[in-house]
Design a protein around this ligand. Structure first.
Ligand SMILES: Cc1cc2nc3c(=O)[nH]c(=O)nc-3n(C[C@H](O)[C@H](O)[C@H](O)COP(=O)(O)OP(=O)(O)OC[C@H]3O[C@@H](n4cnc5c(N)ncnc54)[C@H](O)[C@@H]3O)c2cc1C
Length: 495
């Protein structure tokens, strides 16, 4: 019997995971990636001959990758060196205070007590047990399972857990308000509200269930030796060992439809490749807006611009820092957090005093500082990359505003302009077609938002979906899970 042929469009985390599962299940897999390297958002930029991670830097849920590798007969630890970060993140406020969070509740509690007093330390304990409860209720029933509707989710939770878990799992608005029940110090509310931005959303509109991210981080934030882009490389290598035929620099122009089902693809150069199934790993809005042909537009619902998740402005830097002891993950806050989100989501601008994330990639347990250091600086931005252009002046102004936040927190960065490589929402949009620069698909705004992402099966037979814009949502581990869910849907349908 000849093997069934699956084409995977895109070698991001979701595409790679789908390809690996299909290849080990006996499919012939062709993977078509428009970029020059696999990994999608997991990528690095060369800055003065040094590789700086330009995408994700916070790796959680290690077990998802361990399982993916072991199901394919390999061991993650043979391919990558992962070290648990002893500090989850270092936080600083321009109006005063620094606070480290640890993957150790007792230690974090003590720090919070010293930072904000005993009431908030008790609130912190309550917050973490609530976060663990939500995680327990949703990990297997929502995150690792096919897209549910609210009723099927209730059924799954009741089958697997005590009925009281339903209270933890219920989608309640909104994260910012919910945090007020645990913390009186606004800075702590701000710190934990930031989890909404991990899925590209505003804490003022995102459901409080996102608290579960606190538990996920407590289980471990991992540092990948050599950088996160090595994870992409390890996944691609595993896929190729299983027989995936990976073509880089290969843009797919069209998904072909025959007799009402996806039947292959047409490449930019006109080459036609037939297939039994197609798995799409790009932003689903590329399908909805006709960028893969008019026949597949109906495969998913279009996403209005206002419903896009956050984009970002990032700078990959080689430079020197002084005045503030950086850890690997650092977050610098200004006051008035809510205004940041109204500026981004309503005024569609980047705030002049943004929250700044800084990943100091040579710091951490195995880091070695050797003169200058590699940094990724990130501020959130509206996903208007398809309608707004970013002039050099505007990028420079935004960068200076971010540097000013760092300075107010005591940190000075010094670097040459030539050692600072920026990426704007317009650049992201160029790299991820159909996204408008959104890095996380649709925003998780409103209590039902988790149910509105497309699932693994599109509305077009034979066309499956994986990636951060698909259930269970964005983030490297989630996107990998979506790929696994797409592969298992294929196997169930035609395998
Ligand atoms: C700056 C930044 C920071 C982030 N920080 C974190 C973090 O710390 N932790 C975390 O877990 N997540 C983080 N994320 C989010 C995370 O990176 C993504 O959710 C995840 O990597 C998305 O994977 P994906 O499967 O959706 O594929 P993507 O990474 O979106 O890749 C899709 C691939 O499809 C290709 N493609 C699209 N259309 C076509 C076509 N027509 N033909 C051929 N190829 C095509 C693209 O070139 C791309 O390579 C961050 C993202 C960014 C950008």
């Amino acid at each position: 019997m000849t093997a069934r042929h699956a084409i995977v469009i895109g070698a991001g985390a979701g595409g790679l995971a789908a390809g690996i599962d299909l290849a080990r299940s006996g499919f012939r897999v062709t993977m078509l990636e428009r970029a020059a390297t696999p990994g999608g958002k997991m990528h690095m930029r060369e800055v003065d001959d040094r590789a700086v991670d330009g995408g994700p830097t916070v790796l959680t849920m290690r077990s998802i990758f361990e399982q993916l590798f072991s199901d394919a007969g390999a061991r993650l630890s043979d391919r990558l060196t992962l070290t648990q970060s002893p500090v989850i993140a270092r936080h600083a406020w321009s109006h005063g205070g620094t606070l480290d969070l640890y993957p150790d509740l007792t230690r974090s509690r003590q720090c919070i007590e010293a930072f904000a007093g005993s009431e908030d330390a008790a609130g912190f304990e309550r917050f973490y047990s609530q976060s663990a409860r939500i995680h327990r209720a949703l990990a297997e029933t929502f995150m690792a399972a096919p897209k549910p509707n609210p009723m099927t989710l209730v059924g799954r939770v009741l089958r697997q857990h005590h009925p009281s878990s339903l209270i933890a799992a219920r989608p309640s608005p909104n994260l910012w308000q919910a945090l007020g029940q645990f913390f009186s110090d606004e800075r702590l509310r701000q710190l934990f509200a930031r989890y909404a931005t991990y899925v590209g959303s505003s804490p003022l509109s995102a459901p409080a269930t996102l608290m579960l991210i606190a538990h996920v981080e407590l289980e471990g934030v991992w540092l990948v030796e050599g950088g996160m882009h090595r994870l992409a490389k390890a996944l691609a290598t595993l896929g190729q060992e299983l027989g995936i035929d990976l073509h880089l620099n290969t843009h797919v122009n069209e998904v072909l439809v025959k007799k009402g089902r996806a039947a292959g693809v047409r490449l930019e150069d006109g080459t036609v490749l037939p297939a039994d199934v197609v798995v799409f790993n790009g932003d689903t809005d590329a399908l909805a807006t006709g960028q893969l042909g008019s026949e597949v537009m109906r495969a998913v619902k279009p996403r209005p611009r206002q419903k896009r998740a956050l984009s970002a402005l990032t700078w990959c830097i080689k430079g020197n820092s002084s005045g503030f002891e950086l850890d690997h993950h650092n977050v610098f806050f200004e006051s008035n957090y809510p205004s940041e989100f109204s500026t981004i989501f309503s005024e569609r601008e980047v705030p002049t005093k943004p929250t700044v994330y800084l990943c100091a990639q040579d710091r951490g347990p195995n880091g070695s500082l050797n003169g200058s250091e590699r940094l990724l600086m990130l501020v959130n931005a509206p996903a208007d990359g398809d309608t707004n252009t970013w002039s050099e002046d505007k990028v420079a102004r935004t960068r200076d505003n971010a540097l000013a936040v760092l300075e107010r927190c005591g940190l000075n960065l010094i670097f040459r302009d030539s050692n600072c490589v920026s990426t704007t929402p317009t650049d992201w949009h160029g790299r991820f077609p159909g996204s408008g620069g959104s890095l996380y698909g649709g925003a998780s705004h409103g209590i039902w938002s988790s149910f509105t992402r497309p699932g693994a099966r599109s509305r077009l037979k034979g066309l499956y979906l994986s990636g951060g814009s698909v259930h269970p949502g964005p983030g490297v581990p989630m996107a990998a899970l979506s790929g696994r869910l797409a592969a298992s849907a294929v196997l169930r349908d035609i395998g």
